[in-house]
Design a protein around this ligand. Structure first.
Ligand SMILES: *[C@@H]1O[C@H](CO)[C@@H](O)[C@H](O)[C@H]1NC(C)=O
Ligand SMILES: [Ca+2]
Length: 223
């Protein structure tokens, strides 16, 4: 291959080739139940994860189970945030599941953070700044690299295998992901809307994404 061609193909293979947008004060609306509408979040993540923190805001009128964040590596259900029912949040790491519970109003706008630490296996949830009871799972495990990350649907295969009954309907915004554990103080900063914490995996202020099907960007009016 000549140098120019090589350079072009290198550029084309970088995630940076996708549009990077600042979505502050904006949400993605998933206006209907479906087995197709979804959002691909694109990130370069080549190392397995031993620690992570994920935060986002969500507003939904669904009371049945749905996927909030689906991270799949080559056919495995590697990392999944699933809302089983009102006030019940499950985190899956490497196909193992823990569930945390909270009393919450419905429907209500929610700010959710969750994190997991391999060395202890401890998984934490915060809902509207309030910590839920900790659980432990998959101590010593590493979450696989090179994921497909999907909002709006739950992946049963790498980038697909969607099921209408697990789809998300509603609005999602302010999503940030770190490859480290945020401290309880930092979680509170994020909850209060601080943006200075430099998210390493997904940053709502510089997001690479692909919208598939009926997904709409609107101003954030409730958070
Ligand atoms: C994960 O966090 C633990 C402490 O919580 C730390 O010792 C370890 O170095 C971290 N691993 C990575 C890859 O950052
Ligand atoms: Ca499924």
């Amino acid at each position: 291959m000549d140098k120019l061609l090589l350079w072009v193909s290198v550029l084309a293979s970088l995630p940076e080739a996708f549009a990077q947008k600042d979505l502050s004060r904006k949400v993605f609306v998933f206006p209907r139940e479906s087995s197709t509408d979804h959002l691909n979040l694109i990130t370069k993540l080549e190392k397995a994860l031993q620690n992570f923190t994920l935060c986002f805001q969500v507003y939904s009128g669904l009371s049945c189970g749905y996927s909030l964040f689906s991270y799949n590596t080559q056919g495995k259900d590697e990392l999944l945030i699933f809302k089983d029912r009102i006030g019940e949040y499950s985190l899956y790491i490497g196909r193992t599941k823990v569930t945390a519970r909270v009393i919450e109003e419905f429907p209500t706008a929610l700010h959710i953070c969750t994190n997991w630490e391999s060395s202890t296996g401890i998984a934490e949830f915060w809902v509207n700044g309030k910590p839920l009871v900790k659980n432990g799972l998959r101590q010593g495990y590493s979450v696989g690299a090179n994921p497909k990350i999907v909002l709006g649907q739950e992946q049963d295969s790498y980038g697909g295998g969607f099921d209408k009954t697990q789809s998300f309907m509603g609005e999602i915004g302010d999503l940030y992901t770190w490859d480290s554990l945020l401290s309880p103080e930092e979680i509170q900063f994020v909850y209060q809307g601080s943006y200075s914490l430099n998210p390493t995996i997904l940053d709502w202020h510089a997001l690479n994404y692909e919208m598939k099907g009926y997904v709409v960007i609107k101003p954030l009016v409730w958070g």
